[in-house]
Design a protein around this ligand. Structure first.
Ligand SMILES: Cc1cc2nc3c(=O)[nH]c(=O)nc-3n(C[C@H](O)[C@H](O)[C@H](O)COP(=O)(O)OP(=O)(O)OC[C@H]3O[C@@H](n4cnc5c(N)ncnc54)[C@H](O)[C@@H]3O)c2cc1C
Length: 505
């Protein structure tokens, strides 16, 4: 008799959400996390003495409402600062403020109309984020389910429906060129669309990523206490629901007995058994490292190598001995440097050939402007996501990291004169560092690229798209599964729902 109904591998937001949901329904759940603290991409790190920054993710578009309410996260201490406004920075100080679907400048009306249209389409797509993708077979009511969730689409008028189809297939470059004139706004939308992806603004189907972003939430949120406080609240909530969390317990492999996953073996050599095993880590690592080819169909195992997972987001951390000055910009806003849609495309192009962009585009926040305790008195920390870093740098990782840092600092200095002189520590994490530190294959934001051909019933692979895998008893629950990544918890919650619906735990 196994000691647990389910063993969860990985304590990121998805592992925690899945574990809490299963435990909340009375299942005995053990969660094994490799690191000293659960949280995964949601963490806070002291990268230089006294300077605390988000280890990876720096804001959230919002947790899935089922996770927020179902885990009672407010009761467990999770609170957010007021939603951040975005400042599209200009090197001349002519900044543009964007917030809640409204923007200043010459395109104020055009942007409001475009935002309304895209937000409406995003609302139609949002329900699909909360279901297991249907199986494309003739059996059962899977097509019926798709139709039920597609009611919002069917309710669109004919003209809107046509426009909706155009929007999910089009690229963001064409849309902003058609609808807007302000380069700052075009650059910002192109940046937000391609953030965390391996797509440039002109790549086919890029706009669907913007719709996906709007489907989660329009404005970024910062947890009070830093990103680590969000993970800590989720861990407390999971424990309150009955989950046993063991940190510093990396899993070495999934135990397979009689062609079924029956438990795990930790790196310390401990064998633990459960009715089922749920992996909330990267899907490729799950199949290739934790299961191995012996227990999987050869064709399926080969396809796990084909899950595309190129990362392009680098992470910059700066310790500053004074207050940076971005030509009058509000330091408590999200600062985006993406001066035009062409500038974003120009950063994507070199990455394709293993080169570093000359003038990277980026999103920066100053956590210490919200919570002074995150840096020593009178000092600041800056955290930035910088795109597009080459995932296979021609010159090697060390040279690429140095060039990426230099080029990024030059861009920052142009927007905040004197910033370089304030820097006491700098750290640039390239996709390769992110892979090594966080177990994200290729350093990819979503644990597998989020692109139309790797969405829904193809995520991460056709045979494992409903959270169950070809190995009986083994399930997936991480961002590599539908609907993808972000500090959100949707895939973990969906996986738990599917497991419960199938009566498997
Ligand atoms: C540079 C960068 C910036 C980002 N910024 C943002 C942002 O601002 N906002 C946002 O919403 N998203 C952001 N993301 C994406 C976000 O971090 C991820 O999509 C999210 O963390 C995925 O959550 P998860 O729970 O599925 O996986 P993870 O967060 O990766 O968690 C997986 C967990 O499993 C553990 N683990 C791994 N292997 C094992 C093992 N063998 N045994 C036990 N445990 C194991 C890991 O330690 C980790 O805790 C960013 C990503 C990158 C790369």
């Amino acid at each position: 008799m196994p000691s647990f109904d389910a063993i969860l591998i990985g304590g990121g937001v998805n592992g925690l959400a899945c574990a809490a949901r299963l435990a909340g329904k009375g299942r005995r759940v053990l969660l094994l996390e490799a690191k000293a603290q659960p949280g995964g991409g949601a963490g806070t790190v002291e990268f230089a003495p006294g300077f605390h920054v988000p280890a990876l993710a720096q804001t959230t578009q919002g947790l899935d409402p089922r996770v927020m309410a179902g885990m009672g996260l407010e009761r467990h201490g999770l609170a957010f600062h007021p939603a951040l406004t975005t400042t599209a920075l200009s090197a001349t100080g002519d900044h543009l403020i964007v917030s809640g679907g409204r923007a200043g400048g010459p395109d104020a009306e055009a942007f409001a109309a475009l935002h309304r249209k895209l937000a409406d389409f995003a609302r139609v797509l949002a329900p699909f984020r909360g279901i297991a993708p249907p199986r494309l077979t003739n059996k059962g009511n899977e097509w019926g389910k798709l139709a039920r969730y597609g009611l919002g689409i069917r309710a669109l008028g004919q003209a809107e429906f046509r426009e909706f189809l155009r929007m999910i297939l089009i690229n963001v470059y064409d849309v902003v060129q058609d609808e807007l004139t302000d380069d700052r706004l075009k650059g910002l939308i192109a940046f937000d669309t391609t953030l965390g992806s391996w797509l440039g603004p002109r790549s086919p189907n890029s706009l669907i990523l913007y719709l996906n972003r709007l489907a989660v939430g329009a404005d970024p949120l910062l947890p009070k206490g830093g990103m680590g406080a969000l993970a800590a609240a989720m861990a407390r909530a999971a424990q309150a629901a009955g989950v046993e969390i063991r940190s510093a317990s990396p899993v070495a492999r999934v135990l397979v007995e009689g062609d079924r996953a029956t438990g795990v073996v930790t790196e310390a050599g401990e064998e633990l058994r459960a009715g089922l095993v749920v992996s909330a880590i990267n899907p490729r690592l799950t199949f290739q490292r934790l299961v191995g080819p012996r227990h999987l169909d050869a064709g399926f195992f080969t396809r796990t190598h084909h899950i595309r997972s190129r990362g392009a987001a680098a992470k910059l951390h700066l310790a500053l001995k004074g207050v940076p000055e971005f030509r009058g910009a509000d330091l408590r806003s999200r600062l985006v440097i993406a001066p035009s849609v062409e500038a974003v495309e120009a950063c994507f192009n070199p990455g394709k050939y293993g080169e570093v962009p000359k003038a990277p585009v980026l999103e920066a926040i100053l956590p210490s402007a919200h919570e002074p305790g995150l840096a020593p008195a009178g000092q600041h920390c800056l955290s930035a996501i910088v795109q597009f870093a080459p995932h296979s740098p021609k010159a090697g990782v060390e040279a690429a990291r140095a060039e990426m840092l230099e080029n990024t600092l030059a861009v920052l200095e142009a927007h905040a004169p004197g910033l370089r002189a304030l820097i006491t520590h700098a750290e640039m994490l390239m996709p390769q560092d992110i892979e090594a530190r966080f177990g994200m294959v290729g350093g990819n934001w979503h644990h597998g690229e989020l692109a139309v051909e790797q969405m829904l019933f193809n995520r991460p692979l056709r045979e494992a798209a409903q959270y169950a895998t070809p190995l009986p008893g083994l399930w997936l629950a991480g961002a590599g599964s539908h609907p993808g990544g972000g500090i959100n918890g949707a895939s973990g919650w969906n996986a738990a729902e599917r497991i419960l619906a199938e009566g498997r735990a």
